[in-house]
Structure formats: C-alpha cells, structure tokens
Ligand binder design. Sequence first.
Ligand SMILES: Nc1nc2c(ncn2[C@@H]2O[C@H](COP(=O)(O)OP(=O)(O)O)[C@@H](O)[C@H]2O)c(=O)[nH]1
Ligand SMILES: [Mg+2]
Length: 327
Amino acid sequence: MDLDAGRLVEDLMLGDARALARAISIVEDRGKLWKEIMRRVYPHTGRACVVGVTGTPGAGKSTLVGHVGRSLLERGHALGIVAVDPSSPYTGGALLGDRLRMRDISSHEGVFIRSMATRGALGGLCPAARDVCRLMEANGRDVVIIETVGVGQDEIEVVSASDWVVLVTFPGQGDAIQAIKAGVMEIADIFVVNKADREGAGEMASAIEAMLDLATGPGQERPPVFMTSCLSGEGVSALSDHVEDLVSRRKDEPARDRRRVAVELMDLLDTHVRGILRERLGRDGIYERAVDAVMEGRADPYEAAWSLAESLGFVGGPLDADWGGRP
Ligand SMILES: Nc1nc2c(ncn2[C@@H]2O[C@H](COP(=O)(O)OP(=O)(O)O)[C@@H](O)[C@H]2O)c(=O)[nH]1
Ligand SMILES: [Mg+2]
C-alpha cells in the first residue's frame, strides 16, 4: 500500500503516537517519503526546546534523563526523548539498555522515547536525529531531550542540535577534568557531577567550578554545576528546576533568535546545497575529473572550483565580481 505523506503528517500533528513512530522510521531510514514528510513538518517547528545530554558511557545520563524527564512530565510538559546509542558491532542496532533505564517514565502517556543507532564509522550524532527532533516537535512535544554518548565528536555535534547542553560526569572518572580542559567545557551550558552518593563528588564539583571561574570573563555568567544522585535523589530537583526555568523563559523568545535554530537551519541548508551540487557534478564525472586535476597539480583548487561552477552555468552572473572573477 502506498503511504500518504500528507495524511501521515496530519495524524502526527494531531498528536498521534503511531503516526510519529511511523514517520520516524521513514525519516531514520531515509526512505522514499523522507523529504516530503520533513517539508510538510518544518513549518510547524521551531518552538520546542531541545536539551542535549552528553558524557562518557556509564555516567548516568539515561538514569538522570529519566528523573528530570519525570519531573518535566509532572509539570505538564509533553516530552520526547531521543537516545543516540553507539551501534552494536553485532547487529548495527541500538542497545536496549537505555529503554530499560528509562522504563519508569516510558509508560507515561506524555513521553515518547526513541532509541537510534549511530551509523557510520565515525559515530557521532546520527544525521537523522535532528529530523526526529522536528517530528517530535510537530507531534506536540515542547521539550525534546537528546542523549548522546560523549566520546569526541558527538559532544560537538550535539551542540548544533540543542538549545542547551548538559555535560554529565561522575566522581572517579579520571579523565573527566581532562576532557573538560580539552574543550568540552566550551560546549556545555550545564555541568552535572552525578553519583554524588560516591566519594569525591564534592571535590570534583569544586574543581569544575574553579575551572569555569577561570574561563568565565567579567560580566559573563558562569554555567551552573549541579551535584546529583539518582540513588538518593539529591540535587535532582534542583537540576530539574533549572531546566524547567530555562524552558519556560525560552517560550517567549522568537525562534529565529535562538542559537540552535539558526545553526541548525544554516547547517542543513549548507549540507543539502552541497549534496545537490555534488550529485549534479558527479553525474558526468566532472567532479572526479576536477579532483584528479587538483591532486595531480594540473589545477589549483580555486581554478578547479571556478570551472566546476562554470560547467553548471553559474558563471557570468552579477556575483562574479564578489568572488574576484576568474582566478
Ligand atoms: N551510585 C550511583 N549510580 C548511578 C547513579 N546514576 C546512575 N547510576 C548507575 O550508573 C550506571 C550507568 O547508568 P546509565 O544511566 O546507563 O549511564 P549512561 O551510560 O550515561 O546513560 C547504572 O548502573 C546506573 O544505575 C547515581 O546517581 N549514583
Ligand atoms: Mg545511556
């Protein structure tokens, strides 16, 4: 049976969870109706808040998301959770663990949880994760939490998909401070020392605060550091209050003023324009020939780019002068 994208998106926008699940599967597989669905959904997005949660495996991200999520649900928010897990080397599918850990909220009718595998050798935030956030938003969810494993590039990528990034660490994690020094600090808006029930949590929080103090310029606000324990519940409501506060303040802000929306739209536009051009240039092997010419020193990259543009008929327009003309 041929699926009607218009009908599916209509159902999805009425809050239908099955339509949401179906649309997510199509978008995740980059199926035939993927772009059609996104085209219909996009005008109805831009309002929801996206909270990225990152940190090393085992830090307690899923457990914490379960706790904070429950608190948001209790305050009447409609919640979407996207858990981006490392691909299992055996099945290529998402691990099951996260669903189990979030099970205490997964039966709540206000939440929709989706686990996604990171595909591709480099891992990172699955390219479809952003689309999935938009679908959840169109489905009526005002807060979407994306959990990603913080190993390297994902931490950076989650920034462009989130309004705020929460970095979860825990005491005894030897390299946490190292990681923070290595640039992760810049990307996080909220720092959490989880497993505060364990030895060394206070020291770790102080060390992070000290580093943040150093990095915070005059007149800037230092990002908050929370100590939480999912075991005792300590600090969890303070963290939830903070997130709730950010979300409710963000409500009145125009969508286009937001860092996330701007970065994301530009990035998507860029990626797709590039994809379209590459596809077109690839058709007759023009792109490959240009690559060869540059690699073999027969042309420089500036010249090669220019001839590629020429082959598409782009040259000769009023913008040429801005590019300095033919190299
Ligand atoms: N002691 C303690 N254990 C915790 C806490 N939060 C999570 N854990 C445990 O840490 C392990 C990893 O948690 P998980 O949420 O899967 O971490 P993730 O890999 O970062 O998503 C699980 O066994 C949790 O039960 C906490 O606050 N205190
Ligand atoms: Mg997890």
